[in-house]
Ligand binder design. Sequence first.
Ligand SMILES: [Zn+2]
Length: 240
Amino acid sequence: MGTAGARFMVARQVAASGGLFLEENGTRISLDPGPGAIVQYAQRGVDLTTLDAIVLSHRHLDHSGDVNVMLEAMTDGGFQHRGQLFCPADALDQDPVVLKYVRRFPREIIRLAPETSYAVNGLPFTTSARHVHQSETYGFRFGEKLGWITDSGYYDGIAEQHKAEVMVIHTVLRECIPTLPHLCIADAERIVRDAKPRLAFLTHYGTTVWRANPSKIAADLSQRTGIDVRAASDGLSLEL
Ligand SMILES: [Zn+2]
């Protein structure tokens, strides 16, 4: 539902910022519905009243901007008490991004903990250790199939904790900036070398990555690592 990461890409909607959508055996999950997510889902004909869960990796706006309207849509305007919201506690407790009046709409709200297993219907997933980021943030593994590395500074164990057949890596920075807790291209390369996925996708591009051409960056990474690395594009859909 979009590949834009961080403030400037999102503010100008250079790329869409609606996060990811997962569907397996009739279970549907919206991950990180950032600004415009509701528009992206509508444009692609996804009936949000059939959504089973919304998962926030963290409370930053590019990951949570549309969470309230998505909760309302999932519950058919609040009239159907259904679906789940998974998010870090700080998305709810201090300076919350989930409005209080919307919280009674979903069937359940779950505060995420590090390295813990959850399930939506029959679809299991686990959280990583707490990411190196300004707010409470977790990455995710959906079994052996999908590892999703959302915003984080690089840390030891990040590759192992998200290791899966297909890995999605939020690559915000072109060059590493020690004071910014985000992954750069060199970090993505380290992760890919360590985890050796069948396929890796770069996404959540910051301005410097966007200007350097994500497809070219991915092709360079593939050549250097021998692993299939690709650049995600808005609307990309993949069968796992
Ligand atoms: Zn963030």
